[in-house]
Design a protein around this ligand. Structure first.
Ligand code: NI
Length: 169
């Protein structure tokens, strides 16, 4: 089922999520819904709070449906290692039309559970590392506009307010 994407400034986006403790049918349905909603919104990453569910779950597919092997589900993820630096533009389904360069680690290792509750580790570099960091930030209640300088953030927030005022948000 496609669920509506929650947009800034909905408070659920700025609240740390609850860990997942039950690995059941309901969780599998939620994960399926997350992929479906992400694809419908033309995204390559989605965190549960973005469909209004404050749980520690994120899905990523950098191939956008082209390669099933690139579908990644991270439940209760934590970054256990980071190295290097990259500074590239990011966007977010909860912040439509907003883009800004964000400084992130170049390589990260994530420890997470799959839908069965089994723990695994996964490495990412460049865009995948960026996706891991962006999505795990969501699970901690942090949007990318709060990872840029105060000056840039003010400009972005002003743009958002203008779009809201014009009914474009
Ligand atoms: Ni996002």
């Amino acid at each position: 089922m496609i669920r509506e994407i929650v947009k800034y400034p909905d408070p659920i986006l700025q609240k740390p999520t609850e860990p997942v403790t039950e690995f059941n049918e309901e969780l599998r349905t939620l994960v399926d819904d997350m992929f479906e909603s992400m694809y419908a919104a033309q995204g390559i990453g989605l965190a549960a709070p973005q469909i209004g569910v404050s749980k520690r779950i994120t899905v990523i597919d950098l191939s956008f449906k082209k390669n099933p092997e690139e579908k990644i589900v991270l439940i209760n993820p934590e970054i256990i290692f980071k190295q290097g630096k990259q500074n590239e533009e990011e966007g977010c389904l909860s912040l439509p039309e907003i883009r800004e360069k964000v400084s992130r680690a170049e390589n990260v290792r994530v420890r997470a559970q799959n839908v069965k509750g089994e723990w695994f580790e996964i490495d990412g570099e460049e865009l995948l590392a960026r996706a891991f960091q962006h999505e795990i930030d969501h699970l901690d209640g942090i949007l990318f506009i709060f990872r840029v300088s105060a000056l840039k953030r003010d400009l972005l927030l002003r743009k958002i307010r203008k779009m809201q005022k014009n009914g474009e948000w």
